[in-house]
Ligand binder design. Structure first.
Ligand code: NAD
Length: 306
């Protein structure tokens, strides 16, 4: 089976690629290395340095590699950037994705697996954890774009029968996440703590997220290769406050962490957690890492690699 992984030089995509290669799939990576890194590339996977916005470059990849499955992780992932420049976000996340799907139809790809978001889709849900029927009320263009792409996939399914599995991730963390990036509080904290610097918390730290270790997300991608089609939340169902994250770091490292509180940031969700019951019933997905285990593994990886 041939799988094309877009964004396969990035944090989640590269972990997914490693698992696909280990499981004996023939894998190619499509990435423009904008936030992805060469050192994340699996040497057993073919690499295409191409941009989602460049249709000719994309078409060459489909013509040559002829994927049976497209696993779509490439994206502009910075939520705040999407607020500042919604057009830039839409060019990559909506138009780029649509380029990809049109070619997937043309080259008779069987299935598309899409890395969507649960964290940025449901706004401030009245009931937590949020399930897939929770009203869609994104607070950022990033969330709007992800939902738009989900709808394109549903449209391509209706018209052309191309299968789709949509994975709505919670807050993913673990090895290879960029500690200098905007996305991951756990990697940012890890980077600062290992450099002996205080961590910053925006607001009072009572805001909550659903943190899922990347290996559990990789497992969801393995299950999505031939599991039932559908839209699935991929999270743990557990709400953890940013203050509690600091406590877990203190437990793992057995020392006090210095915290500086800054004014809250606009446009950020206050509380979120994702109900993964549907993914459990239909895909057989179940998260296996506790936050403490995941944070411990993440710290160990950063110490070895940075
Ligand atoms: P990442 O930035 O590490 O990975 C994104 C990859 O896409 C990078 O390798 C980047 O170089 C590539 N890319 C960006 N623009 C591109 C373009 N125009 N053409 C080709 N390649 C391009 O981020 P990540 O955290 O690994 O996210 C992977 C996917 O998972 C994204 O679609 C993201 O929206 C989604 N997601 C992530 C999280 C999370 O918590 N990290 C949560 C929900 C959804």
């Amino acid at each position: 089976m041939k799988i094309l992984v877009t964004g396969g030089a990035g944090f989640i995509g590269s972990n997914v690629v490693d698992a696909f290669v280990e499981n004996g799939f023939e894998v190619a990576v499509l990435d423009n290395l904008s936030t992805g890194k060469k050192e994340n590339l699996n040497t057993k996977a073919k690499f295409y340095n191409a941009d989602l916005r460049d249709r000719n470059a994309l078409e060459k990849v489909f013509k040559e590699f002829k994927p049976e499955i497209v696993n779509h992780h490439a994206a502009q992932i910075d939520v705040r950037k999407s607020v500042e420049d919604p057009v830039f976000d839409a060019e990559i996340n909506i138009v780029g994705s649509t380029n990809l799907f049109q070619l997937a139809v043309k080259y008779e790809v069987k299935r598309v697996v899409f890395a969507s978001t649960g964290g940025a889709l449901y706004g401030e849900p009245k009931v937590l954890p949020a399930n897939e029927d929770t009203p869609i009320e994104p607070l950022s263009p990033y969330g709007v774009a992800k939902y738009c792409v989900e709808n394109y996939l549903n449209y391509f399914k209706r018209l052309y029968g191309i299968e789709r599995v949509i994975l709505r991730y919670a807050n993913v963390y673990g090895p290879r996440q960029d500690p200098l990036g905007e996305a991951g509080v756990i990697s940012i904290f890890t980077g600062r703590i290992l450099e002996g610097k205080p961590v910053f918390i925006f607001g009072d730290g009572t805001q909550t997220r659903d943190f899922i270790y990347v290996e559990d997300v990789v497992n969801a991608n393995l299950l999505a290769i031939d599991g039932n089609e559908g839209v699935y939340n991929i999270g743990t169902g557990v709400e953890t406050s940013v203050n509690d994250i600091v406590k877990v770091f203190e437990e793992v490292l057995e020392r006090k962490i210095q915290v500086e509180y800054l004014p809250p940031r606009k446009g950020e969700v206050y509380r979120i957690a994702l109900d993964y019951t549907k993914a459990k019933q239909s895909l057989g997905f179940e998260p296996t890492y506790t936050l403490k285990e995941g944070i411990k593994k993440t710290i160990e990886w950063y110490i070895r690699n940075l």
